[in-house]
Design a protein around this ligand. Structure first.
Ligand SMILES: Nc1ncnc2c1ncn2[C@@H]1O[C@H](COP(=O)(O)OP(=O)(O)OP(=O)(O)O)[C@@H](O)[C@H]1O
Length: 238
């Protein structure tokens, strides 16, 4: 599955407004890779994800994701790019006034799906994939955190994106639920999706070791390029 480059940053500086957060980021991710981004609080994990998602501008350096040039990306291209990216964040962000089905239907309609039967079939498919078929009619507040996160993952894969960006997807979950959610990401990765996941969940990393980027002191170390020793205790320290 691996081979084709789907994410590339060259000499990229990652900014939050005027503040330089990460310098000289050089990163290549191939199709089908699973990559963790870890590091202490405030070291830039989310900022990196946001640059890849074109939520933050790439101010210096060059970058490409899913065939889109991140430098000076136009508004119209951003919406096309977002169809190639499945995004899963910690704060679930389901629409609170719609049930599970309607949350998913909303996204499909917003991305151009019109045929009612096809919409229903696709929703059933993704809910089956995340084990939530029975909860189609539930409102978000009637679901546990883990169930909500499953729906968020279902929502992220509706349009079958090749790349999934996840920012602390297990951040609010207990260890067992977190492990179930990690298994879902593992399944998606086994299906060929490229996954980039920012996480503090060292138990999860230990369970499924994979390439790991560590953000620290304004720089990124890459376990692929150097022997990055994951010192979990030091990473946990604030
Ligand atoms: N909207 C913003 N405006 C200005 N600075 C910001 C903004 N968001 C984050 N920052 C700053 O950018 C730095 C990196 O934040 P970021 O959220 O990327 O870190 P993180 O490693 O993801 O942290 P956490 O583990 O808490 O999610 C922090 O110093 C933070 O204060």
């Amino acid at each position: 599955m691996e081979g084709k480059k789907v994410i590339e940053l060259i000499d990229a500086d990652i900014y939050q407004r005027d503040a330089l957060i990460l310098s000289d980021v050089n990163l290549e991710v191939n199709e089908g890779e699973f990559v963790y981004i870890t590091g202490k609080v405030g070291t830039g994990k989310s900022s990196l994800i946001k640059v890849l998602n074109a939520e933050l501008p790439l101010q210096k350096g060059t970058g490409e994701i899913a065939g889109f040039n991140l430098k000076n990306i136009k508004h119209k291209e951003v919406s096309l790019l977002r169809r190639k990216l499945g995004v899963v964040f910690q704060d679930f962000r389901l629409l609170p006034d719609r049930n599970v089905f309607q949350n998913l239907e909303f996204v499909l309609k917003a991305t151009g799906w019109k045929n009612k039967t096809e919409i229903q079939e696709r929703i059933d498919q993704v809910l089956r994939q995340v084990g939530m078929t029975e909860k189609k009619q539930k409102m978000p507040h009637q679901l546990s955190g883990g169930e909500q996160q499953r729906v968020v993952i279902a929502r992220a894969i509706l349009n079958n994106p090749p790349i999934i960006l996840a920012d602390e997807p297990t951040g609010n979950l207990d260890p067992e639920t977190s492990s179930e959610i990690m298994n879902l990401f593992r399944d998606l990765n086994n299906d060929g999706k490229t996954i980039m996941m920012a996480t503090h969940d060292f138990a999860a990393i230990a369970n499924k070791p994979a390439r790991t980027l560590v953000c620290a002191h304004g720089l990124i170390s890459d376990s692929l390029k150097q022997n990055v020793i994951l010192d979990f205790e030091s990473l946990l320290g604030f």
